[in-house]
Design a protein around this ligand. Structure first.
Ligand SMILES: NC(=O)c1ccc[n+]([C@@H]2O[C@H](COP(=O)([O-])OP(=O)(O)OC[C@H]3O[C@@H](n4cnc5c(N)ncnc54)[C@H](O)[C@@H]3O)[C@@H](O)[C@H]2O)c1
Length: 266
């Protein structure tokens, strides 16, 4: 049995899933619990947080489900202090919340732009500020921010606000990594490529019919050198590695999980 996180407390922002099935945050919460962690699942959607928590409970894990909007600092503070009160000091913070705001430059309005940054970056600033000072004082901790390959290269989709916000996640991560390295707090990014999650299914279902969706999914598979999209467990495994002491000398990296996509010009 994997016991890499035995006795550790993990807080996952965005630990629910937007639809039935396995999203990155849900799989991460469950995998980290399977590795022995006590997990606080935080989500804006109470039903989604409860669903992840009940799966962990069914497997015998220790978990609490909390509701908070990561874009609201007061809600983040309450979630963090409730998690600490129930499960103890936070050893690992996972920032998984992310929102795709589609549309090219002329379709976006400034509110869309701010909203992409609020959810994808400012929220991470809130949770890091709420959690990391205690990690610094204890001289221990691991923070994992979920970025995206779209923050580093063109994906053939017009979403400049999302792409720019995800690029900001990477540099935010590196900056904190250097600031906190002397305090033995590690900060890394997991950078997923094309991952087949309910989020992708739901986004496509809003825009296309069945045949077109299959064609788009086939195109996504063909873009990847490995010939297929990844799944939520691929992302979760990368988070588990960075959360564990096996990565004790690893900070400031972008752990790309993309089947080789970012090595190509496709
Ligand atoms: N699926 C992909 O192809 C892909 C690729 C690259 C990066 N990513 C990144 O992976 C992460 C999410 O993946 P997922 O599969 O878990 O998605 P998901 O949408 O299923 O889960 C994200 C969870 O975050 C919650 N959430 C949304 N806004 C919130 C807020 N303001 N405060 C708190 N919670 C909020 C949602 O309710 C949801 O349960 C995102 O950061 C996304 O950008 C996904």
């Amino acid at each position: 049995m994997d016991q890499r996180l035995l006795g550790k407390t993990v807080l996952v922002f965005g630990g629910g899933c937007c639809a039935p099935g396995w999203g990155n945050g849900k799989a991460t919460s469950v995998l980290l619990a399977r590795a022995g962690a006590k997990v606080a699942v935080v989500d804006i959607n109470k039903i989604a947080a409860d669903e992840t928590a009940s799966l962990i409970e069914e497997e015998g894990g220790e978990v609490i489900a909390l509701t908070a909007d990561i874009t609201k600092r007061d809600q983040v503070d309450i979630a963090v202090s409730t998690a600490r009160g129930s499960l103890g000091e936070i050893d690992v913070l996972v920032n998984n919340v992310g929102m795709v705001i589609g549309g090219g430059l002329e379709r976006l309005d400034v509110d869309d732009w701010h909203s992409a940054f609020k959810t994808n970056v400012t929220g991470f600033f809130h949770s890091c500020q709420a959690v990391m000072p205690a990690m610094r004082k204890r001289k221990s901790g691991s923070v994992i921010n979920i970025g995206s390959v779209s923050g580093a290269r063109q994906m053939g989709i017009d979403y400049p606000a999302y792409a720019a916000a995800k690029a900001a996640v990477t540099q935010f991560t590196k900056s904190l990594a250097v600031e906190y390295a002397p305090h033995h707090v590690r900060v890394n990014a997991v950078v997923p490529g094309l991952i087949h999650t309910p989020l992708v299914e739901a986004s496509l279902a809003r825009l296309y019919d069945g045949a077109e969706i299959n064609r788009i999914l086939e195109t996504r598979n063909a873009q990847v050198p490995m010939g297929h999209m990844g799944d939520a467990w691929d992302v979760a495994e990368a988070v588990l590695y960075l959360a564990s002491d096996g990565a004790k000398y690893v900070t400031g990296i972008e752990l790309v999980v993309d089947g080789g996509l970012s090595c190509t010009t496709r």
